[in-house]
Ligand binder design. Structure first.
Ligand SMILES: [Fe+2]
Length: 251
């Protein structure tokens, strides 16, 4: 059951997300216009149709070649054009008759978290939210370690330096057994790393406020790195992690 507190927390979290995601995230039913997924290769040309709503798919916040060579256009075409698209499409199907659970992916995920009878709806709502958050967690020319500002100070307090940060996040990402996510989170002003299984997110488990995420499902990296998840995580840490996004989420 969604409590009044849940609704208040959800509302504030949504405001925070909306303020950081560029008109993004298949996060809210929209009246018109699904975005066009990335294009450019065969994988994109035989992609499933873009979801037509009520939940729609926002465009990637970068060109589908911007993350090359660390994440290929082919991987993005499948990951965004098929996996993320598929979650949103399935969410729309399962949402019929469940409209009272909420009008955002976050609200639906929060309302169905832990409900065995609503597991498929939860999985697709949660994965739609997680992937929208993921795309904003990466950028061309990212990675490294933040150097100034309140967020950088918190990173230094938690991890000491770049090596400490990379070691901690890499451990979180590589020790998640099977499918899941590695997160940088904030709780009571302090930063830490964690991992979650399958579709779970600290955004609604109460473990902390997500600042940055990396998808460690095999579909996120297998075409480029095969079974070498540590190499994929290292590429994210060295070249892709979007600390501008993390700093905005930290506030
Ligand atoms: Fe994914």
């Amino acid at each position: 059951m969604t409590t009044r507190r849940d609704l208040l927390v959800g509302a504030s979290a949504l405001v925070a997300l909306a303020s950081t995601l560029p008109a993004n995230a298949a996060d809210k039913p929209a009246a018109t216009g699904a975005a066009t997924p990335a294009s450019g290769d065969k994988a994109a040309t035989d992609k499933p149709a873009a979801p037509t709503g009520p939940f729609t798919l926002a465009p990637l916040p970068f060109a589908d070649t911007d993350l090359v060579p660390y994440i290929s256009q082919n991987t993005l075409s499948y990951h965004y054009g098929k996996h993320h698209t598929g979650y949103v499409t399935k969410l729309n199907e399962l949402y019929v008759g469940n409209e009272s659970l909420g009008t955002t992916t976050e609200a639906v995920a929060k309302a169905t978290f832990g409900d065995k009878d609503k597991k498929p709806l939860y999985n697709n709502a949660a994965q739609a939210w997680n992937h929208a958050f993921l795309w904003n967690s990466m950028k061309k020319g990212g990675g490294g370690f933040p150097t100034s500002g309140k967020f950088a100070d918190a990173m230094k307090a938690a991890f000491t330096d770049s090596d400490g940060w990379k070691k901690a996040f890499k451990e979180a990402a590589t020790t998640q057994f099977g499918s899941g996510w590695a997160w940088l989170i904030a709780k009571d002003g302090k930063l830490s790393v964690m991992h979650t299984a399958n579709a779970d997110s600290p955004q609604w488990t109460g473990e902390g406020t997500p600042l940055l995420v990396l998808d460690v499902w095999e579909h996120a990296y297998y075409l480029d790195y095969q079974n070498k998840r540590p190499d994929y995580v290292a590429a994210f840490l060295d070249h892709l992690a979007n600390f501008d996004f993390a700093a905005k989420n930290f506030g």
